[in-house]
Design a protein around this ligand. Structure first.
Ligand code: SF4
Ligand code: SF4
Length: 164
């Protein structure tokens, strides 16, 4: 089936604040050969709707969500994702959401129609299993609540331990 994103200028990748897990950061770092510090960011929690179990707390700063430099996404080039096979799981499932709805807010009309008859590229179970593991890491971090500048290294180390 035709790729529904072919006729689009990647509006979703340019518009959204891209939130991810430490597993996503780990994969993206390997695929792009970039240090996580180069593209990972702790987005301040504003009035947006986040899963509260992914919110990171710190002893010296406001709470935040792990993400990728956004608006546009750090990894987009000429309207294409440069790491798509290793892109964050939420990207690989998008515009299908974790709740099995389809968020085609930024998609052209033809893409919207195609997405309604096309299955997500990534199974929900794969996405939710990894997300649950990430939430456990977040929970451990929030129990100790270290400094914001130490958080990314902690998340990645905990992720590597799970991958071994
Ligand atoms: S990682 Fe790739 S698919 Fe995800 S927002 Fe960035 S450019 Fe788009
Ligand atoms: S998901 Fe929608 S907005 Fe994003 S690239 Fe595909 S068609 Fe465009």
């Amino acid at each position: 089936m035709i790729n529904p994103c072919t006729a689009c200028s990647a509006m979703c990748c340019k518009t959204y604040t891209i939130t991810v897990t430490s597993f996503d950061i780990h994969r993206a770092s390997i695929a792009s050969k970039k240090d996580p510090e180069e593209f990972a960011i702790l987005h301040p929690v504003r009035l947006l709707t986040y899963d509260p179990d992914t919110v990171l707390d710190f002893e010296n700063a406001r709470s935040a969500i792990l993400g990728i430099k956004s608006h546009p996404c750090y990894f987009i080039k000429e309207n294409l994702c440069t790491i798509y096979k290793s892109a964050p799981l939420s990207c690989r499932r998008y515009p299908h959401t974790i709740n099995n709805s389809v968020n085609t807010r930024f998609c052209p009309l033809t893409s919207q129609l195609l997405f309604r008859i096309r299955k997500p590229d990534l199974e929900k179970k794969i996405f939710t299993t990894e997300l649950d593991q990430y939430k456990e890491i977040v929970k451990k971090w929030n129990k100790k609540q270290g400094k914001k500048e130490d958080c990314l290294a902690y998340l990645l180390e905990a992720t590597k331990t799970l991958l071994q």
